[in-house]
Design a protein around this ligand. Structure first.
Ligand code: MN
Length: 141
C-alpha cells in the first residue's frame, strides 16, 4: 500500500518537473460525447484518459492521478455523484478538481453536485468555449 502511494506521488512529481502537459480524465458513458471531449481536449494540448463509468473512473483516478477530472453524472455501474464522493473522501485524490457534466439541470441538481464535492459543473449540450474556460479555471496552475 505504502509503495503504491510512493509510486503515484513519483508519477505526479515527474510530471511537474518535466513541465509535461496536463492530464485530464474524462469519465463519460456516452461514446459520442466521450469522443467529442477527447478530440477537443487533445486539440487544446491536453493528454486524456478515459473511463466509461464511475467505478472505472475512480480506479483510473487513483492509479494515474490526473490533473483534473471531467465527470458525467448519469452513468451505469456507478454514477458521477457516487464516484465524486469516493474521490473527495480519499486523502490522495481529494485535491483533484472535478468538473461535473450534467445533461439537464433540475432544481436542486447544482446543490446535489456541489454537496458531492464537485468543484464546478457544465450543462450539456456543452458550450465549447465554456468548457475550455472552466477547465483552465479549475486546473492547478
Ligand atoms: Mn451519461
Amino acid at each position: 500500500m505504502k509503495k503504491r502511494k510512493k509510486e503515484r506521488n513519483q508519477i505526479a512529481m515527474n510530471r511537474k518537473d518535466n513541465h509535461m502537459e496536463k492530464v485530464i480524465l474524462i469519465v463519460e458513458d456516452n461514446l459520442k460525447n466521450l469522443k467529442l471531449f477527447k478530440d477537443l481536449l487533445k486539440a487544446w494540448g491536453y493528454t486524456t484518459l478515459e473511463a466509461l463509468d464511475g467505478k472505472q473512473g475512480v480506479e483510473l483516478a487513483k492509479t494515474k492521478m490526473p490533473d483534473l477530472i471531467l465527470m458525467d453524472i448519469q452513468m451505469p455501474v456507478m454514477d458521477g455523484i457516487e464516484a465524486t464522493k469516493i474521490l473527495k473522501n480519499d486523502t490522495e485524490t481529494k485535491d483533484i478538481p472535478i468538473v461535473a457534466l450534467t445533461s439537464y439541470v433540475m432544481v436542486g441538481d447544482e446543490e446535489r453536485i456541489r454537496a458531492a464535492g464537485c468543484d464546478g459543473y457544465i450543462s450539456k449540450p456543452i458550450d465549447i468555449h465554456e468548457l475550455r474556460k472552466t477547465i483552465e479555471n479549475y486546473l492547478p496552475k
